[in-house]
Design a protein around this ligand. Structure first.
Ligand code: GLC
Length: 716
């Protein structure tokens, strides 16, 4: 371009920029508005955005109409207000919230639409409580059944966790707040969580531990991601160039903010250059945070380019723009807190979350017209659980424990006795004897067993020591069942437990931590108002040593390093590959009715709608009452060029059917359902035969067909 023309072009460009800058904020594109704000901010104001100035907030820039960002935990509801110094609750009376069932229970519904409703409830309550960012969902894969936070994660399978995560985030962010997928990545234990250095091969990372985060970013558009406490391949996750810059922001195109876990930042230069955008929870004064004055000083000395700060600021402003914080409109409009609608949602979700593990002789459902007496036994029949578990805790307006739910549902004509039987603080033979005596004279006995949801038992900061029921519960259940064979065990816990008494009891229901309406939902299922349809999102092993992280001896790590030696063989993948019989397999769950599968058909697609093949089968309700079935679809490859697990969940669908009714289930598979990750090539879907299996659990396959892929394709 010659000199004259260059001058003209420059003049025109300057004129255009003048008018663009002069336009009011809302009329410009988001990026140009953001550029304008960044150009108007001082260095101090930019620094003020990228670190906390309170326990759960960052400074805004009032001069430019940039508000403070308020955030709150967590994955099961909006946490109560916490004091700025320390972690004590403030004791306010306006910060109650709806306590939703544990996220592991939500996963047991295998219902992404329900996950969306779950996320919507929390998003509406966050709006009402003035929270812009909600710190959830928690998406770490269940690698060991001992992890203290398994209750707030969504199980052992990446496909199930991904589908539930996308539903949850879409529901929550639709309310005008930002979700925060956590903890990125490989935070699969609480033991030494701040220092453990996780080592795993690239396939395991890509195929098991990253998919839920990738789906959160690329399908749900999650606006925030929280860096995990642990290290990954030698670098803390909150300052990890490979995870944050290369994968999350580079490969996946994440444009939101990476928030540190509280105290997860450790170094100014690493945090500034390796992808951290917001430092929270570091010890000491806010101005001394790694991304506070030290960051400013490093920029002023020319040690770190200001562009690194500007990128972070842009990300903050992008998230603010996405939730309407830069529009000047009153963000806090809308929202809904502690309403009957939300409480009903908590009940509905728990009803779908419960998993019927055993029902000998159709002991369940109970018929309140024929039952005259019920002996309710166990501390967990009365215990409250909302305000437990660590950062996922909720100050719930109320909780309906199991005993109360049963009393309310059974009505005045059923005599309900209560015996403690065991408690966290005290358990002895006398308590057992009292429970046994009560069981002996009652029509049925209902033992509420499980864990207390506190230190060493399903809580953040510690892992369980074993899978045993503590406080003498096994002996209690055995003796109660001896006294009354019509004994029902309701498990209130956050995951797998050993059940040495299983052959002696009539029925077992896994109710997880059941949410504030738990007792009512449990009563609905025990009395048959609701037919249970939940499926296990994690394997229940017969013994801990059968689980991969324990069979390989790698948990909880040696010399500060945790090697995921089991690789891809997490959960049922391991039990299948090693031919180990679990106590209850992944995907298992009984119903009060029975389902028959037939007519499995494959319908090839040309891929134009993204699908390679549609899988259809017919499900018939051949039992005597309405119910819902979760059809699971597993895929296995005949001759993979790299080793693969025996089968992997790649699709599922719920279908509700009246007694005698049948219906078709359609499940789409795209190329990713057949692909594996090859570090040398990327995602490879090979020309080969694949077995398509559909069934009622990972070990109850009803129909199979072979799908022959005609060519190999590779995607980066
Ligand atoms: C905790 C948790 C994280 C939570 C944060 C704030 O340490 O790991 O999940 O959001 O701190 O409470």
């Amino acid at each position: 371009m010659n000199q004259t023309r260059f001058r003209w072009a420059s003049a025109i460009a300057a004129l255009v920029m003048f008018f663009v800058r002069a336009l009011p904020l809302h009329a410009q594109s988001v990026e140009s508005r953001i550029d304008q704000l960044v150009s108007q901010m001082t260095l101090e104001e930019k620094i003020g955005l990228v670190h906390a100035d309170s326990k759960f907030a960052t400074a805004g820039v009032p001069r430019l109409g940039i508000p403070r960002l308020w955030m709150s935990d967590g994955p099961e509801g909006v946490r109560e207000e916490i004091e700025t110094n320390g972690w004590r609750p403030t004791g306010r009376t306006d910060d109650f919230s709806t306590w939703m069932p544990a996220d592991l229970g939500l996963a047991a519904t295998f219902d992404p639409d329900l996950a969306r409703e779950y996320g919507a409830v929390i998003g509406q309550e966050a709006k009402a409580r003035g929270k812009h960012i909600m710190l959830g969902p928690s998406l770490n894969i269940q690698r060991t059944p001992l992890n203290g936070r398994n209750f707030e994660y969504m199980g052992e399978d990446p496909w199930l966790t991904s589908r539930m995560a996308v539903g949850f985030i879409r529901g929550e962010q639709a309310q005008g707040i930002a979700s925060c997928a956590k903890h990125f990545a490989a935070n699969n234990q609480e033991t030494d969580r701040g220092t453990i250095d996780v080592e795993m091969d690239e396939r395991t990372l890509r195929e098991i531990y990253l998919p839920a985060f990738r789906a959160s970013v690329q399908e749900a558009g999650v606006l925030c991601v929280m860096g995990a406490y642990n290290k990954f391949r030698g670098q803390h996750c909150c300052e990890n160039d490979y995870l944050l810059n290369k994968i999350l922001k580079g490969e996946w195109g994440f444009k939101g903010i990476v928030i540190s876990d509280w105290g997860g930042a450790h170094n100014t230069k690493a945090a500034a250059l390796n992808g951290l955008d917001l430092e929270m929870g570091t010890r000491g004064p806010y101005e001394d945070y790694f991304l506070a004055n030290p960051f400013r000083d490093a920029i002023e000395k020319g040690e770190i380019p200001v562009s690194a700060l500007d990128d972070k600021v842009r990300r903050h402003l992008r998230v603010m723009a996405a939730i309407g914080l830069l529009d000047g409109a009153s963000w806090s409009e809308g929202g809904e807190l502690d309403t009957p609608r939300h409480q009903a949602a908590a009940r509905d979700i728990e009803e779908e979350a419960m998993v019927l593990l055993k029902n000998a002789g159709n002991l369940l459902p109970l018929n309140s017209a024929k039952i005259n007496s019920i002996a309710v036994i166990g501390e967990n029949a009365e215990r409250r659980f909302a305000h437990a578990g660590g950062s996922a805790e909720i100050k719930s307006l109320y909780e309906v424990p199991g005993l109360q739910g049963l009393i309310q549902r059974a009505g005045p004509n059923v005599n309900i006795s209560f015996s403690m039987g065991y408690s966290r603080e005290k358990n002895d033979d006398q308590m057992i004897a009292q429970a046994v005596a009560a069981a002996k004279v009652a029509d049925v006995a209902v033992v509420f067993a499980g864990l207390p949801h506190d230190w060493y038992y399903d809580t953040e900061g510690s892992d369980r020591h074993d899978l045993k029921l503590p406080f003498g519960q096994d002996e209690l259940i055995r003796r109660v069942a001896e006294a009354n064979p019509k004994t029902i065990v309701v498990l209130i816990d956050g995951g797998a437990v050993e059940m040495p008494w299983l052959d002696h009891v009539g029925a077992v229901v896994e109710a997880w931590y059941p949410g504030m309406e738990g007792g009512n939902a449990i009563a609905d299922v025990l009395f048959g108002d609701v037919n249970p349809s939940g499926k296990l999102p994690c394997t229940f092993p017969k013994q801990l040593s059968d689980s991969p992280a324990h069979a390989m001896g790698s948990f909880p790590g040696k010399n500060g390093v945790e090697r995921y030696d089991e690789g891809l063989l997490v959960g049922y993948r391991w039990f299948d590959a090693k031919n180990i019989e679990p106590l209850f397999p992944f995907g298992f769950g009984l119903s009060y009715t029975q389902f028959d599968y037939s007519n499995l058909e494959l319908f090839p697609e040309d891929g134009s709608d993204g699908h390679e093949v549609w899988v259809k089968c017919t499900v018939a309700n051949i039992g005597s009452c309405a119910g819902a079935e979760v059809v699971q679809l597993y895929v296995s490859q005949a001759h993979p060029s790299l080793p693969r697990p025996p089968k992997e969940l790649k699709g599922f669908a719920r279908i509700k059917l009246e007694a005698g009714e049948h219906g078709d289930v359609w499940i789409p598979l795209d190329r990713s359902a057949f692909a594996f990750y090859d570090p040398a090539r990327g995602w490879v879907a090979e020309k080969d035969d694949f077995t398509i299996e559909v069934g009622s659990s990972s070990r109850d396959i009803r129909l199979t067909k072979t799908w022959s892929r005609a060519e190999t394709s590779v995607q980066k």
